[in-house]
Design a binder for this molecule. Structure first.
Ligand code: 4DW
Length: 174
């Protein structure tokens, strides 16, 4: 129940830009290297995003830490997906962390982005089994397939159901 207003990247070679163009979706590039510091990059990025007036901003493989000002500007609108069941295995290499720890179940998490790394209120989670013959590539592929489903389902739910953020909890329903 939504329209993708735009796909924006800090990297001109991001695959998502080509995919968006192929679907006739507007694209933009805001390069972090064109700005002297995080605050000025984030301000330029926010100006670009806001020119499309989105209801939600969904990170997808976005690799720059966003400043507290940016995060506050999009409170309740800025979401991300992470390839583990948070708070387990935050940060980079979540799938490898899960393998190294020997867990039998991992998964993915859709969450609001706050000023921390992978710390915001959790919107949706789904479990994915770890198999004995998994390597990082095989596990990552199994999680990614679930990420694609969960991210779309979670966003659709936020769009059609009433919800509120109560402390760390995201509560659905009136
Ligand atoms: C994330 C967290 C840290 C880095 C990259 C990605 C996960 C999602 C995310 C992106 N931007 C965010 C988040 C988040 O959870 N919270 C906030 N902003 N506030 C990371 O360490 N990135 C470094 C650069 C990596 C690179 O360019 O390859 C960095 O210094 O920004």
């Amino acid at each position: 129940p939504c329209r993708v207003a735009a796909v924006i990247s800090n990297r001109a070679d991001a695959e998502g830009l080509a995919l968006a163009k192929a679907h006739g979706i507007p694209t933009a590039v805001v390069k972090h290297r064109d700005y002297p510091d995080r605050n000025s990059f984030d301000a330029a990025l926010a100006r670009k995003i806001d020119s499309y007036h989105p209801d939600f901003v969904a990170l997808a493989g976005f690799m720059r830490i966003l400043t507290p000002d940016f995060v506050a500007h999009y409170f309740g609108k800025l979401i991300n997906i992470h390839p583990s069941l948070l708070p387990a295995f935050p940060g980079v290499g979540a799938q490898g962390q899960a393998l190294a720890h020997g867990v039998k179940v991992t998964g993915c998490t859709v969450h609001y982005v706050d000023a921390g790394v992978d710390t915001g209120p959790i919107i949706a989670q789904r479990a994915v089994p770890v198999l004995d013959d998994d390597d990082e590539a095989a596990l990552s592929a199994r999680i990614l397939a679930e990420e694609h489903r969960l991210y779309a389902e979670a966003l659709a739910r936020l769009l059609v159901e009433p919800w509120r953020i109560a402390g760390r909890r995201v509560l659905f329903g009136a």
